[in-house]
Design a binder for this molecule. Structure first.
Ligand SMILES: Cc1cc2nc3c(=O)[nH]c(=O)nc-3n(C[C@H](O)[C@H](O)[C@H](O)COP(=O)(O)OP(=O)(O)OC[C@H]3O[C@@H](n4cnc5c(N)ncnc54)[C@H](O)[C@@H]3O)c2cc1C
Length: 227
């Protein structure tokens, strides 16, 4: 007999199990896989002789206080990730080696979509429980949020593949737009603090610089989104 049974040995389950054990309860952790860690998984990628992060890699302590406490508890150190030198984007069966995952003429639509997401993120007040904030309209499938905002085509594919699949480990039907919005806040903080973000920013600046016409259209789209 156990006082507590925890289903799943991801970071959430493991820390909950540990905390319960620490206050004297007996705990059983049930994990379906043959390893612990859940979506945080550091392992070899097929064909590479070096390990890569398959899941959680970036942390923003200000937005992830629970995780920051774990980092502090175990005396772990934050490390800066490598700055990318080359990019390969695999999209709809084709691989591009351009600086941007999107064709230049798609950038205004991408900027509009980002502006909308960032605008939603400004509604979040950090440190206050979400249920006390007026955010229920955002707790819908991310796919629905994209459709409601008429985000389509390559921009939607990018949001789906990078945003939903890479950042959340689930498809856009399974992820809440509120979660996506949280990540947009994280991304803004990454931008403020990260060398990686700076490198990615430079990639986009380079792409925008290749087309003055496109840049003007982007600015126009921003102005519309902001009004
Ligand atoms: C590619 C990728 C990149 C990411 N990048 C970041 C990042 O940079 N920064 C960040 O903060 N987050 C990132 N995340 C998200 C982060 O990894 C997750 O939010 C976090 O690991 C979730 O932890 P969890 O314990 O809640 O769930 P999970 O890690 O999903 O753990 C759940 C566990 O429960 C098990 N389980 C489920 N159902 C059952 C069942 N019925 N019986 C038994 N076991 C069950 C699963 O096998 C799994 O091990 C990323 C995720 C992915 C996939």
């Amino acid at each position: 007999m156990f006082d507590i049974i925890v289903i799943g040995a991801g970071i959430g389950g493991l820390t909950a199990a540990r905390d319960q054990r620490d206050v004297g309860r007996s705990v059983l952790v049930l994990e379906a896989r043959d390893r612990i860690g859940g979506r945080t998984h550091y392992d070899y990628l097929d064909g590479l002789d070096q390990k890569v992060e398959f899941g959680g890699g970036w942390v923003v302590p200000a937005c992830q206080p629970n995780l920051a406490r774990e980092v502090q508890r175990y005396g772990l150190e934050y490390a800066k990730g490598p700055v990318p030198e080359n990019c390969a984007w695999h999209f709809n069966g084709t691989t591009r080696h351009d600086r941007s995952p999107l064709p230049v003429d798609e950038i205004p639509r991408f900027e509009r979509a980002m502006s909308l997401l960032v605008a939603e993120s400004h509604r979040i007040e950090w440190g206050r429980p979400f249920e006390e904030q007026d955010l229920a309209d955002l707790d819908i499938p991310f796919a629905q949020w994209l459709a409601d905002n008429e985000i389509t085509g390559p921009t939607r594919e990018l949001f789906n593949s990078y945003g939903a699949a890479v950042c959340f480990g689930a498809g856009p039907d399974e992820v809440s737009a509120l979660t996506a919005t949280q990540f947009a806040v994280h991304a803004q903080m990454y931008q403020a603090i990260g060398a990686q973000a700076e490198a990615i920013h430079q990639l986009f600046v380079g792409t925008l610089g290749t087309s003055a016409t496109s840049y003007a259209a982007t600015e126009a789209a921003n102005a519309i989104a902001a009004s």
